[in-house]
Design a protein around this ligand. Structure first.
Ligand code: FDA
Ligand code: NAD
Length: 433
């Protein structure tokens, strides 16, 4: 079995890995110093495309079009870029063991890799319905979405089940984005989720009611307050219907499941300190081991603005955390110091012709604006107010300037005179800050 050694190894080849590689190059590395080991067969790409433009019926996004770092307006790092920079891109390779004590990684093929500094960027995987004990959840026609090969299987299914029924299990990010794109592909879509409204971890009932109304107007059916409890299968074992806990059945040619994600920390179990389900890091993404950094979805980091350790499963943080970690690694080597990570949460989504952004923290009292006219204007939003200060802002249909302004509000946390005054000012409040 082969073995090799690198000064730096990034394990995982997703969004964080790509942005980390670019930052290593920006900071200055020599040819042959950096390797990326990835389970995926392609160079790092902007994962958000998979639930959006990659599945469009026309003009769909395809690689190499969406390799990192195009998602943030940066240079597109095609596979040749890594070769030119002397970065070893080791694809289709799963690391099955990480021995932190001997600084050795072992792959499923039995090859071993030594590092001086490790950047762990293994991201998340989907939670499966079988994890909740749902029988038949691995049958044909049931899809999950995390990586490009799953998106490709889904595209095949969409093509072969034209005008068929699709059931979307889950009312979060995947649920809402997939329900939209499957509808655009002319499938008859039904969503099912247990909560009283969609995206409950961020949306208020008021915000959710706009999206639910919009989806209904596009022909999406919504079943709330129950969960998938099993499946009907045909003689070939292909799904034909989703059985619900309340006794109903939904006809299904395709089932898409988006019931949450789980950070992939198993390689480091018992070796690195964990917190809140992720690997505990400091404001430089350094773990409790001097030579191991963890970034992206798997990192539980100090969210300085709120004085709390948190984990974030969104792309903006995966990019920024990777850049911070690499800057910290290089600064440490050169005996310099850099500022601690000071992250402002930023989440967004796009579906149909809608597009929202959220900055800050969704805690405290909520105030909505523009909601009554939203069906006509497709523009509305909301504030979250805690201790008399605006700490979070949501905006559907905002312009680039308005989105910049809501980010500023969430960062500065301005005090307000009263909830009533903020409600009557509405969106105009952001231009005063
Ligand atoms: P990421 O998942 O990107 O990469 C992890 C990599 O590690 C993968 O290549 C994986 O194969 C590899 N890996 C794991 N274990 C390994 C092992 N043992 N050996 C080798 N390789 C291993 N966010 C957002 O803000 N806006 C959005 O619109 C979207 N949209 C979106 C769509 C879809 C379909 C998904 C699945 C996710 C999103 N997200 C999002 C979330 C966002 O994509 C996510 O937070 C980042 O990709 C996280 O970046 P990481 O690098 O941490 O993990
Ligand atoms: P999620 O946490 O956003 O939503 C999970 C949803 O699953 C819940 O809202 C709930 O409605 C539903 N649910 C839970 N248990 C269920 C059950 N037993 N039956 C039916 N429904 C159930 O997770 P997700 O949508 O699966 O997304 C996976 C990951 O991908 C997350 O990390 C997410 O942040 C990321 N992602 C982000 C974006 C974005 O930021 N725009 C887009 C796609 C994916």
């Amino acid at each position: 079995m082969a073995s090799a050694a690198y000064k730096y190894i990034i394990v995982g080849g997703g969004v964080s890995a790509g942005y980390a590689a670019r930052e290593f190059v920006n900071q200055g590395i020599k040819s042959g110093e950096l390797a990326i080991i990835s389970k995926e067969a392609v160079a790092p790409y902007e994962r958000p495309a998979l639930s959006k433009a990659y599945l469009f019926p026309e003009n769909a996004a395809r690689l190499p079009g969406f390799h990192v770092c195009v998602g943030s307006g940066g240079e597109r790092l095609a596979p040749e870029w890594y070769a030119e920079k002397g970065i070893e891109l080791i694809l289709d390779t799963e690391v099955v063991k990480a021995d932190i004590a001997t600084k050795t990684l072992t792959t499923s093929a039995g090859n071993s890799f030594k590092y001086d500094v490790l950047v762990a960027a293994t991201g998340s995987t989907f939670i499966k319905l079988s994890d909740f004990g749902v029988a038949g959840a691995d049958s044909k026609g049931i899809y999950y979405l995390r990586e490009i090969r799953e998106a490709d299987s889904l595209i095949e299914a969409i093509k072969s089940k034209k005008d068929g029924h699709a059931v979307v299990v889950g009312g979060g990010y995947i649920g809402l984005e997939l329900a939209a794109v499957l509808t655009m592909n002319k499938l008859q879509v039904t969503m099912v989720y247990p909560e009283p409204w969609c995206m409950p971890r961020l949306f208020t009932s008021d915000i959710a009611s706009f999206y639910e109304g919009y989806y209904l107007s596009k022909g999406v059916k919504i079943v709330k307050g129950t969960v998938a409890s099993g499946f009907e299968l045909d003689a070939e074992g292909h799904v034909t219907a989703v059985k619900l806990k309340d006794g109903r059945e939904l006809a299904a040619d395709i089932v898409i499941v988006g019931v949450g994600a789980r950070p992939l920390t198993t390689l480091f179990k018992g070796q690195l300190e964990e917190e809140k389900g992720g690997i505990k890091v400091d404001g430089f993404f350094k773990t409790n081991n001097e030579d191991v950094y963890a970034v992206g979805d798997i990192a539980t980091f100090p969210m300085k603005i709120y004085g709390e350790q948190r984990r974030v499963e969104h792309v903006d943080h995966s990019r920024k955390s990777a850049i911070q970690a690499v800057q910290a690694i290089k600064a440490k080597e050169e005996g310099r110091s850099i500022p601690e990570y000071d992250y402002l949460p930023f989440f967004y989504s796009r579906a149909f012709d809608l597009s929202w952004q959220f900055y800050g923290d969704n805690v405290g009292e909520t105030v909505s604006f523009g909601r009554d006219e939203a069906a006509a204007t497709k523009k509305f939003g909301g504030y979250w107010v805690k201790d008399g200060k605006v700490v979070g802002v949501f905006l559907e249909g905002g312009s680039a300037e308005e989105n910049k302004a809501i980010a500023k509000v969430a960062r500065l946390q301005p005090s307000i005179d009263s909830i009533e005054a903020l409600a009557s000012e509405g969106l105009a409040f952001i231009s005063k800050v």
